[in-house]
Design a protein. Structure first.
Lengths: 272, 125
């Protein structure tokens, strides 16, 4: 091949590639309609072993709308997932808090959530991490599921290799997780949480005594559902269950958000 | 008169709303009743986490220059709404409205940013 022609073609292809913006890059291999738009109602993809493949980028589905009236000049707001404002919103009788749990939650709320670890750039702890405004990416392999979370470039691992949960765990922000399939449902069990974690902006607690169960299904290509049960005798008089809905995000990518690179509000909290 | 009505409308919108929509930060350090409205030139647009920050040089009545630090949303949110750091350049004239930090410094959370033509920047849908 003529060497100049080769380099000319290569240079053209490279420049076309760089013109495709990083954050608009089309996701390969997803179901699409005839017009090229993603088909969110398509069946969930499956792995080679026939299990649902939960891989992909996800975001909490039920979000509060930007509070700006038409015609007003407002700064945009990231849409806040409704669960982040109040994880217990679907519980008809509210949270079954112990006296200790009630006291902790009230104290956190009374200080306008200034002590929220999230406001201090601390990690997005699962299960709370499912319903921040930021995206998370699931990478599923046969014996390990990894979840990458945009906020502070965080990760979570769910081990599916048959290992047991640890007996005396060193407390973690997202606990320790193992999972197994029951049909098309991934059942994840976790323990080993820190004692001072929040489950929402109200300060709903989760403690060292918690055992968390997630029953995860991907009902269609576009829908991820997590049935979350919190069994935490220190904070709650009985287990309670809520369902978290996430929707698939395609044709884009995670954005790096390193919270401490220019954090200035904590100093203002300290001065109050 | 129009400006005061607009600020009043903004304050009503903000106080009727429940907790602020920005999951990261608590509004506790800013006073919703201490509203500011400045016009000046862009000293810097810091496109950083957890908040982008717009630094504006404002000439005061006595001719001195004071620098305001307006807190904007996270670049993650801004970029997903189509905003980019090149939407403002150093030296551009800009107007920013917001609520001031309780410590009285020239720091505020921005509620609106307008370019030199009066068009809103970093706005929602």
């Amino acid at each position: 091949m003529n060497i100049k022609l080769f380099f000319g073609v290569a240079a053209t292809l490279l420049s076309l590639h760089s013109q495709a913006q990083w954050f608009d890059y089309p996701t390969p291999g997803i179901p699409r309609d005839a017009d090229g738009s993603p088909d969110m109602d398509a069946p969930a993809p499956r792995t080679e072993t026939g299990r649902p493949d939960l891989s992909g980028i996800w975001v909490a589905a039920d979000r509060l709308e930007d509070q700006c009236d038409p015609g007003e000049e407002c700064i945009m707001q990231m849409e806040l997932p409704a669960d982040q404002r109040d994880i217990a919103r679907s519980l008809p009788d509210g949270l079954p808090l112990t006296p200790w749990g009630e006291a902790v939650r009230s104290e956190r709320a009374s200080r306008q959530s200034m002590d929220d670890p999230h406001a201090r750039c601390l990690p997005p702890n699962f299960p709370r991490a499912y319903y921040f405004p930021q995206y998370f990416k699931i990478v599923q392999t046969p014996e390990l599921m990894v979840i990458l979370h945009e906020f502070n470039a965080s990760y979570r691992q769910i081990f599916m290799d048959g290992r047991p949960l640890p007996e005396e765990p060193f407390p973690y922000w997202s606990g320790y997780s193992i999972g197994h399939w029951e049909g098309d449902t991934l059942v994840v069990e976790s323990l080993g949480y820190r004692d001072d974690l929040w489950l929402d902006m109200q300060g709903t607690p989760i403690t060292e005594s918690a055992r968390v169960t997630e029953r995860i299904t991907r009902d269609t290509f576009g829908d991820l559902s997590v049935e979350l049960t919190i069994d935490d005798p220190k904070a709650y008089t009985r287990p309670w269950t809520v369902t978290l809905a996430s929707e698939a995000v395609v044709d884009t990518e995670l954005i790096e958000e390193i919270c401490l690179e220019n954090e200035q509000d904590v100093q203002l909290f300290e001065e109050l | 008169m129009t400006k005061r009505l607009l600020l009043l409308a903004l304050s009503i919108t903000f106080t009727i709303g429940e907790m602020p929509a920005m999951a990261h930060h608590s509004a506790a350090a800013f006073d919703p009743n201490d509203k500011v409205d400045v016009t000046g030139t862009v000293a810097e647009l810091a496109w950083t986490s957890p908040h982008a920050r717009l630094y504006i040089d404002v000439v005061t009545e006595d001719g001195s220059v004071e620098q305001w630090n307006f807190e904007l949303p996270s670049p993650v949110g801004l970029m997903r709404k189509g905003w980019r750091r090149k939407d403002l350049a150093v030296g551009d004239t800009v107007t920013a409205r917001g609520i001031r930090a309780k410590n009285g410094s020239t720091t505020a959370v921005a509620k609106a940013v307008l370019n030199s033509e009066g068009n809103p920047l970093f706005a929602g849908k």
